[in-house]
Design a binder for this molecule. Structure first.
Ligand code: PQQ
Length: 592
């Protein structure tokens, strides 16, 4: 979409979740820099009036700031000169939707990762899997469509992306045995342009057996006929998961949309033999037709819930592969499974797959020839006759990184990764599929990587989080900083060589892009799971973030749970957050 592309090129806007189609979360603004960031002040704040987790971040388009809240959503358009509300959208579901039923099937809090803008409209993928288009000037509903059915556990938490004349969106529900898909709707009227599943028959998945390629035997080759169907037992693919609840990026020159698919259902791997393709995969799809150009599966036959949905960030950086061949159109992805991947985004060739957190132990390495992780038997989870509790698997199910997006600076050529440093005990159990009921099939507990899995005794640092600078061409950690809690907030990098991110206790932190040294911190009213964004208005650079604790890491407080293994295993590890912060959504905007 030429308008969205142009808006993103002007740093006074922050017009897409990633700041641009490539998802780099980089701004050319340099008014705030390493020398003066210590003088940052709060310019203004805005309470959303809503409890529960606030993910995503403010969009700024042509001077107007747009913020959204969790399900059942509100959207506010804010005037920056008066800091007042231009319009407000408050969602009331139609009678055929029961919001309480929807809330009960949203796995990881009632979060939403943000709005999209295009063609004078604001798009919101609502928790009950409806997609709305609002007039950006008035907030009036332009159209509303049903993308999926919450009665079978399908919901939406993603930030859509406007590409050409379409809006791309996905869905959630991997813990309910949905069958994941990505869809493109025409922005004019919401009519469906294409819809492609993560698993099933070739035509429905958008696979061309001869033309769609994947990485095998040290090169890319056609996937062949039934590449998905042949990796599932019977018709298990129909309830196979592979939801698409993460982020979408786009390369206009290649006309390809990139995203990842999530975990196969159920979490009990013994119940679904096979590689379960194409769950846990990186996809490159033609934006006009949805057909897959290439696909790469990171975690075949998942045994740990390492959803592959984390953002795909498109970098133009020269590098040589292991055979000395040159590549300069890269895709980087930091997977839940703890490996940082660099692929050639044109061809899907695997260039780098290395651990970005030292704690990762479930696989020794990724075999560059096959592209497959080499699983360490001790950390394989299974259930054969008796239930087996596999102890001390690192990372935990929420990964070495979850939904919180990275930032990239073309000045340092480094990627900045908000991350987790959490391990788990994982005990699968037999579960029967019933539409709309949880189809999880595993009990989990989580703890810091520096705690013994059996005795619970501290044997290292007890930090649950880490913020890491990474060289995507070599696959090496350049520096890393421990954080007491997982960093669940998206980072932003700027031409002032400052990197910003939020923490679960509620701090906005600014660090030096080259050294990682902390330059500034401010405690916002609640824990931060939102993304820090930056823009300018009347010649001044602003930095804005939504605080409001929740999401999977904050599910204990957000949903009022306190059992160790409640909240799909996350409650225990993050219990002490209550000593630092409480719930409540607020936008905080900073400037010099
Ligand atoms: N959502 C969060 C969050 O917002 O904090 C974290 C997670 C989700 C996960 O770690 C998940 O595995 C997850 N899985 C699905 C799914 O499989 O469909 C959906 C979501 C979601 O939509 O929020 C999450």
């Amino acid at each position: 979409n030429a308008e969205v592309d142009n808006l993103s090129k002007d740093p006074s806007n922050w017009a897409t979740w990633g700041g641009n189609y490539a998802g780099t979360r980089y701004s050319t603004l340099d008014q705030i820099n390493t020398h003066n960031v210590k003088n940052l002040q709060v310019a203004w704040t805005f309470s959303t009036g809503v409890l529960r987790g606030h993910e995503g971040g403010p969009l700024t388009v042509n001077g107007v700031v747009f913020v959204h809240t969790p399900y059942p959503h509100k959207v506010y358009a804010l005037d920056q000169s008066t800091q007042s509300v231009i319009w407000e959208y408050a969602y009331t579901p139609d009678k055929d939707i029961d919001p309480n039923q929807v809330i009960s099937v949203m796995c990881c809090d009632v979060v939403n990762r943000g709005l999209a803008y295009g063609d004078g409209k604001i798009f919101l993928a609502q928790g009950d899997a409806t997609l709305v288009a609002l007039d950006a000037k008035t907030g009036k509903l332009a159209w509303k469509i049903k993308n999926a059915d919450p009665k079978v556990g399908a919901t939406s938490t993603n930030a859509p992306l406007v590409v050409k004349d379409k809006v791309i969106t996905g869905m959630a529900g991997g813990e309910f045995g949905v069958r994941g898909f990505l869809a493109a709707y025409n922005i004019k009227d919401g009519s469906l342009a294409w819809k492609k599943y993560s698993m099933g028959p070739d035509a429905e998945v958008g696979l061309n057996p001869e033309k769609t390629t994947t990485w095998v035997d040290g090169k890319t080759a056609p996937v062949g006929k039934d590449s998905s169907l042949s990796t599932w037992k019977g018709d298990q693919w129909k309830i196979g998961g592979g939801s698409t609840w993460g982020w979408y990026s786009y390369d206009p020159a290649l006309n390809l949309v990139y995203y990842g698919s999530g975990n196969p259902s159920t979490w009990n791997p013994v119940q679904r033999p096979g590689d379960n393709k194409w769950s846990m995969s990186i996809w490159a799809r033609d934006a006009d037709t949805g057909e897959a150009k290439w696909v790469y599966q990171m975690t075949p036959h998942d045994e740990w819930d390492y959803d592959g949905i984390n953002e795909m960030v498109l970098l133009d950086l020269p590098m040589k592969d292991r055979n000395g061949k040159d590549h300069d159109k890269l895709l980087v992805h930091f997977d839940r499974n703890g490996f940082g991947y660099t692929l050639d985004r044109v061809t899907g060739e695997l260039l780098v797959a290395e651990k970005f957190d030292k704690a990762v132990n479930w696989a020794s390495h990724v075999d560059y020839k096959t592209g497959r992780p080499q699983v360490v038997k001790e950390y394989s989870t299974h259930q054969n006759g008796t239930d087996v509790n596999t102890k001390g698997v690192c990372p935990a199910a929420l990964g070495s990184k979850d939904q919180q997006p990275i930032a990239f600076s073309p000045r340092t050529k480094l990627v900045y990764i908000p991350g987790n440093h959490v391990c788990m005990n994982y005990e699968p159990f037999e579960v029967e599929y019933t539409a709309g009921q949880p189809y999880v099939g595993a009990t989990l507990t989580m703890f810091p990587a520096g705690v013994d899995a059996v005795t619970g005794i501290k044997n290292g640092s007890t930090n649950l989080g880490v913020f890491t600078a990474w060289d995507p061409t070599t696959g090496k950690i350049v520096w890393s900083k421990d954080e007491p809690f997982s960093v669940w907030s998206g980072a932003v990098a700027t031409a002032g060589d400052v990197v910003f991110y939020g923490t679960l206790e509620g701090y906005v932190k600014a660090v030096d892009a080259r050294s990682g040294n902390e330059l500034y911190r401010f405690k916002t009213p609640s824990g931060i799971i939102g993304n820090v964004n930056t823009w300018s208005y009347k010649g001044k650079q602003y930095v804005g973030v939504l605080s409001g604790l929740g999401g999977w890491a904050g599910i204990g407080m957000a949903a009022g749970l306190d059992g160790e293994s409640e909240g799909l295993g996350a409650v225990g590890a993050y219990k002490s957050l209550a000593n630092f912060t409480k719930l409540g959504g607020v936008l905080t905007v900073f400037s010099l």
